[in-house]
Design a protein around this ligand. Structure first.
Ligand SMILES: Cc1ncc(COP(=O)(O)O)c(C=O)c1O
Length: 378
């Protein structure tokens, strides 16, 4: 089990009972951004993908230490401008007219996802630089969410690209391609090969179609392994060559934010039914849906709370395998199955590390209308 940093433990111990909170550590965000920057080749910049965690303090912190922010809605665009983002890129398969107009007004670089979107941009009278998002064939990347090389709503097929590029409406200037392929890739060498291939393909395609190529946006996708505790090894990226005059843009979300967040929930009940031990939490998948959405067990650390001032016995288990479940009335409200604990009592906290990305932001908060967690920002 991962050790909890002392400052995280101290902050969680100050929570009012029954404890339920997300904790985000802004210094951890800054440190992670510095680690990433040091691993990247020349002529490469990175925009934090706000969708991973749109808490305003997280967005503000990362706006200061990343080269910009990647957004995918009007709400995220507002967060990014409020945070003072130096640069903004806007992607997403279903942009409204209002989003297209606001993105251009904010000076965001639009990633255009279809011929129809191109026509709508022109129809709105908008004049701007754009990248075309392409669903390429065979990127060779594996991960949790594959977005290219298969049928998805993202971008245009390579086969449709020539027709699209031959008919760019006046006022719109194609400066590059957006090639986000996958989420949570754990293979650093494969990611480096993907970047090199993205650069080569973009240069060749731009030459063929007479495009003044400036930007190759290879998206996000740097992975972390929740169950083993590993992260992608970024060292192979240093060997990628980005020719002068071109800019490689990356849009990491998970890699920047996951390790800067912890989700903590107090054990409200401990019980055994049909031979399984359940720790029922003040919290659950309505706050932290990622394990249920992806179908894995998220590891936790027990933070013991010794105080017990009730006049009745304190439920406890020793040397047991425990299922960590939430307060919702559904058997799917499961964060972890069969996690070994040496000792666990009602009133102790379970702390889930690596919860800073796609945790609160992807969860169904209103189901059953429980109070939200506290948010602690360090
Ligand atoms: C266009 C785009 N960019 C960046 C990201 C961030 O990906 P990740 O958090 O895997 O780095 C996503 C995630 O879905 C995305 O769709």
């Amino acid at each position: 089990m991962a050790e909890l940093p002392n400052h995280v433990t101290a902050a969680l111990r100050r929570l009012p009972a029954p404890a339920c909170a997300y904790l985000y550590d802004t210094q951890a965000l800054r440190d992670r951004a510095a680690t990433l920057r040091a691993a990247l080749p020349d002529n490469t910049r990175f925009l934090y993908a706000v969708k991973a965690n749109g808490h305003p303090d997280v967005v503000r912190t990362l706006a200061q230490v990343c080269d910009g922010l990647e957004v995918a809605s009007l709400g995220e665009l507002r967060l990014a401008t409020d945070a003072g983002a130096r640069r903004i890129a806007f992607a997403g398969p279903g942009k409204t007219d209002a989003e297209l107009a606001a993105a251009v007004t904010a000076g965001a670089l639009l990633n255009v996802e279809s011929t129809h979107e191109l026509h709508r941009l022109a129809g709105l009278g908008l004049q701007t630089d754009i990248c075309i998002r392409v669903n390429r064939t065979g990127t060779g990347l594996t991960g949790s969410h594959t977005m290219t090389g298969i049928a998805t709503p993202f971008g245009v097929d390579e086969t449709q690209l020539p027709a699209l590029l031959a008919d760019i409406p006046p006022g719109l200037n194609v400066i590059g391609f957006h090639l986000h392929a996958v989420s949570n890739n754990l293979d650093g060498a494969a990611h480096a090969a993907f970047l090199t291939d993205a650069i080569t393909w973009s240069i060749g395609t731009a030459q063929k179609h007479g495009i003044g190529l400036r930007v190759i946006n290879a998206g996000g996708g740097f992975g972390i392994d929740y169950e083993s505790g590993d992260s992608i090894d970024l060292t192979p990226l240093a060997a990628v060559t980005v020719p002068d005059g071109l800019e490689l843009l990356l849009e990491p979300g998970r890699y920047l934010a996951a390790d800067a967040g912890w989700y903590a929930a107090e054990v409200l009940d401990l019980k055994t039914t049909h031979g399984r031990v359940f720790a029922v939490l003040r919290g659950g998948t309505h706050h932290f849906r990622l394990p249920a959405a992806w179908g894995y067990s998220h590891p936790f650390t027990v933070l013991p709370v010794d105080t017990w001032d009730r006049p009745y016995p304190r439920p406890a288990v020793t040397d047991a395998e425990v299922d960590a479940v939430g307060e919702l009335c559904t058997p799917r409200d499961v964060l972890t199955r069969g996690h070994p604990v040496t000792h666990l009592r009602v009133g102790d906290l379970l702390v889930f590390a690596r919860a800073g990305a796609y945790g609160w932001d992807i969860s169904h908060h209103d189901f059953l209308r429980h109070d939200p967690p506290d948010f602690l920002i360090l």
